[in-house]
Design a protein around this ligand. Structure first.
Ligand code: CO
Length: 292
């Protein structure tokens, strides 16, 4: 009788175990989790700008060493330009299709944009199209650099930390953001407001949006600032930083400032060249990897 009870107990246990395995297996077959990371930048055709992407690539691989990393550029124009010189970069659509084909089941796509503008929202739609069924078992998109009040504070502190040591308090810092027609352009002025609460001589303008350089010059004159450091507020020090910010053409920010009687010292370093900035993107990536 005792032996029978043991046998019944073992049988029940086996049935329970079988059911649990069947439920865990989902649709009858067990799927192995293959996680991958897709890093998505606007892109740059300038070889000097690659240092930013290499820096991000290195930091991401150091933080998530077991997960394969792929890259994509959202800019059609940059990809076309690079293709002419024999460098073929994937669009997010192509990169994700390739990852699906490679057998990835879980993908963390990380936007390396500065704000959630048109490029980010296009990427969001693309990521959505690769969801289950038909796509990955799980795919998530990480937020760009500036996405929350916490990000604003971290970016503010990182900018202040990255100011050249030789800068004197009565000298200004003028950051060149990209700018956009998208409503998220408001982030630039919002960030300037928050940064000026800590250091009133830091200014943020945009090359293709508000606040424009004329507005910044008016603010510099109100404070009688005679010398500024020009720094890109873009992940790479590419075409905009080298030409529109620091170039010798008469419509560059450097030339416009000189004409207004303000000396400027350009610093050709993109935000992604600074570890404290890259940490913010990497943390956004960490958040979605935890949720995959
Ligand atoms: Co542009």
């Amino acid at each position: 009788m005792k032996k029978n009870k043991v046998l019944i107990a073992i049988s029940i246990l086996l049935v329970v175990l079988f059911c649990a395995t069947a439920i865990a297996g989902g649709h009858g077959k067990k799927e192995k989790k293959e996680a991958g990371i897709l890093l998505v930048a606007f892109g740059s055709s300038m070889p000097e700008a690659q240092v930013s992407f290499e820096n991000i690539d290195r930091e991401v691989k150091a933080s998530f060493s077991k997960i394969p990393v792929r890259w994509a550029y959202t800019s059609h124009m940059i990809r076309r330009k690079l293709a002419k010189s024999g460098k073929y970069l994937d669009s997010p659509e192509v990169a994700l299709a390739k990852m699906l084909d490679e057998g990835f089941t879980h993908v963390a796509a990380q936007s390396l944009h500065t704000i959630g503008g048109y490029e980010f929202h296009d990427l969001r739609r693309t990521v959505h199209q690769f969801q289950y069924p038909g796509g990955f078992h799980s795919i998530m998109l990480g937020f760009p650099l500036l996405s929350s009040q916490k990000d604003m504070q971290r970016v503010r502190d990182a900018i202040i930390e990255n100011i050249p040591k030789e800068r004197k308090q009565n000298e200004g810092i003028v950051l060149m953001g990209h700018g956009t027609h998208h409503p998220s352009n408001a982030f630039y002025a919002a960030l300037m407001f928050q940064i000026q609460r800590k250091d009133p001589n830091i200014f943020i303008g945009c090359v293709e949006g508000y606040p424009e350089i004329d507005e910044i010059i008016a603010m510099l004159k109100e404070k009688s600032i005679k010398k500024v450091y020009l720094m890109p507020f873009m992940s790479v020090a590419g075409d905009h930083a080298r030409n529109d910010m620091a170039g010798d053409d008469e419509d560059s920010w450097k030339s416009i400032l000189t004409k207004a009687g303000i000396e400027s010292v350009p610093i050709l370093k993109g935000t992604a060249e600074y570890g404290n900035m890259v940490d913010i993107w990497v943390d956004h990536l960490g958040t979605i990897l935890d949720q995959l």
